[in-house]
Design a protein around this ligand. Structure first.
Ligand code: 13P
Ligand code: 13P
Ligand code: MG
Length: 376
């Protein structure tokens, strides 16, 4: 059995119109390049899709995780798309590609990368999730439910392949540190970290039966920290393997029936419900949202990507969509007040500091009252 690598790489090359979608010409060019890379033997297979203004490449190959040729290919593809986006005057063209040259790994720049090396099983169902108008922490709650919550994943109770639980690797991108949590033993400790949408992200879930064979991977590049100011949110991507000793497809999709609140939405500065939607509906509009998630289901066949099936387009997620829109109505009535708007520390990378600067001279200290003897 040979090792197969799955790489899902996403970037915002320029919005059509505003921040709402990817222009079809960009998707066509990306697909031509992927087909050429397959013919040249770099890739086994590849698919091009999008969620909102973020295009994503899902690729299979034998070069391993962080492989320079594959990352270089993705980078060159995004550079070529940027030229096209600039010709079309798309909004924020090339935003996710910094001016300096490719460093060998696109994840160290701005595009989001989820990758894993696996031993392909005789039947290998997997789902690639992509989200727009949100941030990396959007996966924390769903990943917790999929791999750690028996109320979501019946297999944790009744499938002997999963009964021992999973090990979760958590990245703290603000403190630049990572840790493993063995669940269920470390469940409460895990929850004490991953409840924060911003500082901690799940990176990978590992099966205790085979720790070298990862079962989920998420993107971890923190755009706002690399850029030093908000140039948009870190719209995330994630790969999850399913079935046969792993959560079933329906268990992996189940958390998205609950449109949980995530950070992002308008100007990357608001809380909004993560609305599951069909690939054809992944075009944020209202208040540049609401934040959206799509799920591309694939069966692997000797590295070939059979699919995608549009998993969240199914009618069983209609109620979640309706509920998300009701949550939108409620949250928008909060206007610029929390929790409609993110806490101040979470919007420090937006354009707000320039506004604050203008008010600099207006504020004066509050004089503390002189304590009278009675207070002493
Ligand atoms: P598998 O064990 O074949 O993955 O099946 C689980 C299941 O029954 C899904 O609902
Ligand atoms: P994106 O991060 O998806 O480009 O959205 C940015 C934004 O400001 C939306 O209002
Ligand atoms: Mg986006």
């Amino acid at each position: 059995m040979s090792v197969l690598t799955i790489s899902a790489i996403t970037a915002d090359i320029g919005g059509y119109v505003g921040h709402s979608a990817v222009h079809p010409d960009l998707s066509d060019v990306a697909l031509q390049r992927v087909d050429a890379a397959i013919s040249q033997g770099l890739l086994i297979d590849g698919a091009v899709n999008s969620c909102g203004d973020d295009i994503n490449l899902v690729m299979t190959h034998r070069h391993g995780v962080d492989a320079e040729p594959v990352h270089h290919f993705a980078w060159d593809t995004f550079v070529e798309l940027t030229e096209l986006a600039k010709r079309l005057h798309l909004y924020g063209a090339g935003r996710d590609l910094p001016a300096d040259a490719f460093s060998g790994n696109v994840g160290e720049t701005r595009p989001g990368v989820a990758e894993m090396e696996i031993f392909e099983r005789p039947s290998e169902p997997l789902i690639v999730f992509a989200a727009d108008k949100t941030s990396l922490g959007a996966w924390n709650l769903p990943l917790y439910k999929i791999f750690c919550d028996p109320c979501n994943t019946a297999g944790l109770i009744i499938d002997k392949g999963m009964h021992a639980g999973f090990t979760v690797e958590v990245y703290d991108l603000i403190e630049r540190r990572k840790a493993f949590f063995n669940c269920p033993e470390d469940l409460y400790d895990l929850l004490s970290y991953i409840g924060h949408h911003r500082t901690v992200r799940d990176q990978a879930c590992l099966s205790p039966g085979n720790p070298d064979d990862p079962v989920a991977s998420t993107s971890t590049s923190l755009l706002s920290l690399i850029a030093g100011r908000c140039v948009g949110k870190d719209d995330p991507i994630m790969i999850v393997r399913c079935q046969s000793g792993l959560p079933a497809v329906g268990e992996v999709l189940e958390p998205f029936a609950n449109p949980h609140y995530v950070a992002g939405w308008m100007r990357g500065s608001h809380n909004g419900p993560l609305m599951p939607c069909a690939l054809d509906d992944a075009h944020p509009a209202r208040f540049d949202g609401p934040p959206r998630v799509v799920a591309m289901g694939f069966q692997l066949a000797d590295g070939r990507l059979v699919g995608p099936r549009d998993m969240l387009g199914d009618i069983s997620f209609d109620r979640a969509r309706t509920q998300a829109l009701e949550m939108d109505d409620y949250m928008r009535r909060n206007g610029p007040f929390e929790p409609g708007r993110l806490p101040i520390e979470d919007i420090e990378y937006t354009t707000r500091p320039q506004v604050v600067e203008r008010m600099h001279g207006r504020w004066e200290p509050i004089e503390e009252p002189t304590p009278t003897p009675a207070y002493r």
